[in-house]
Write a protein that binds this ligand. Structure first.
Ligand code: PLP
Length: 388
């Protein structure tokens, strides 16, 4: 029997493999240090509490925040919901209908939460435009802040085209107009430095599975004193902001992933960028008319978002799906037949949108992966190009 080809994983924006060093800590916590961090009557509980404290420090260190400001959640979707809905519910108690400004390329966790609140008549929604490389219009952002808004939501980097936003500048503008600023940093934590305190960010969402930690765990950093209403009621854990027994193995995994990223992200980042650039060059040489999307001067090092205009991305994916793990868009929307809202917001031509593919590299991507991926992808395009 012919041996099946190894599938090359190039979908790191969707999720990342867990670093074996992180997995080891998670396993140890699940089997040995398994206590409930709220059990105050025995040492097993004390040890669990100590492990949570240690993880809290690692998370805070990585993003330049204070440990007291970290709230653990099930991931960025929950963190964002807590930040947005928690702000709205708090303000509603004072009879205020909040005005929220978002960019049009935010993740669905932000977009759909805000759209739902808007449909319920509970918020006013302002959208901030972008150009064809998904770069934000800072003048428009400043104008939105100047009219008075209750929350500004801008991601640190886009999960599809990889464009990185000037979060320090945006936080500065928000502060000048005393606007609370929620930064969805799901794609940047552990990849580029973030200084929560120094930059003056109000709320920051983190997701462990985007940087070699486990799925289903994350955090919301909440600036000290920022008023938020909880979404979950129960045992009053985490200062009453997020009730529920703490996910000890997950949080230990998140903490260890943060500790490793603090030490390794600069070196890893350079290596990933070199491989991405090589892959981009090989694909450009082999696929005539290939388009590179996003801001090439300022994008995530592992991001390569391409279009083969005129050839539907679904046809390419169908051809390579058992050899190559790449995607047509974000993990949440790629199961749906709708074109990407990000590429639409960038106002790209229809054939570019239809032929778009997201490739994501990470620290486990090898030189040989890159060479084989370039071969498999360019061959697939060549094989089907005569049909279109
Ligand atoms: N925000 C961005 C930019 C993302 O890429 C993702 C994950 O795809 C999320 C939010 C949601 O994160 P989670 O999977 O932790 O809920």
């Amino acid at each position: 029997m012919k041996e099946a080809k190894k599938i090359i994983y190039l979908d790191y924006h969707s999720t990342t493999p867990v670093d074996p060093r992180v997995a080891e800590k998670v396993f140890h916590t699940m089997t040995t240090n398994f206590g409930n961090a709220s059990s105050v009557d025995h040492e097993i509980g004390d040890r669990a509490e100590a492990a949570i404290k240690q993880a809290t420090c690692y998370v805070a260190d990585l993003v330049g925040a204070s440990p007291r400001d970290i709230i653990f959640t099930s991931g960025s979707t929950e963190s964002i919901n807590l930040a947005v809905q928690g702000t709205v519910i708090h303000l509603e108690q004072y009879g205020i209908k909040p005005r929220i400004a978002i960019s049009t390329v935010e993740h669905k966790a932000v977009l759909d939460t805000c759209t739902a609140l808007h449909k319920q008549g509970r918020i006013e929604l302002i959208t901030i435009g972008l150009d064809s490389q998904a770069r934000i219009d800072l003048t428009q952002l400043k104008q939105a802040c100047a009219i008075g808004i209750n929350l500004l939501c801008i991601m640190a980097a886009n999960n599809e085209v990889g464009t990185i936003y000037p979060i320090d500048k945006i936080a500065h503008i928000a502060q000048r107009y005393e606007v609370p600023f929620l930064c969805d940093a799901s794609q940047t934590v552990g990849k580029t430095p973030i200084c929560f305190n120094d930059w003056g960010i109000t709320l920051l969402s983190i997701s462990a599975h985007k940087f070699y930690g486990p799925q289903g765990v994350g955090a919301l950093v909440v600036r000290h004193g920022y008023p938020l209403a909880p979404l979950l009621y129960g045992g009053g854990h985490q200062r009453g902001l997020r009730s529920g027994t703490l996910n000890l193995p997950g949080i230990v995994g998140l903490g260890e992933a943060c500790r490793l990223r603090s030490i390794e992200m600069a070196v890893d980042g350079q290596e990933i960028e070199d491989k991405r650039d090589r892959l981009q060059q090989m694909l450009t040489e082999r696929i005539p008319g290939l388009v590179i999307n996003g801001d090439q001067e300022n994008r995530l090092v592992g991001n390569l978002h391409i279009s083969v205009p005129g050839i539907p991305n679904s046809a390419i994916i169908a051809r390579v799906r058992n050899q190559l793990a790449i995607s047509t868009g974000s993990a949440c929307s790629s199961g749906v037949e709708a074109p990407s809202h990000v590429l639409r917001a960038m106002n790209l031509p229809e054939p570019v949108i239809e032929g778009s593919l997201r490739i994501g590299l990470g620290k486990f991507t090898t030189e040989s992966d890159i060479i084989q991926a370039a071969e498999r992808l360019s061959q697939a395009v060549l094989d089907i190009s005569w049909i279109y």
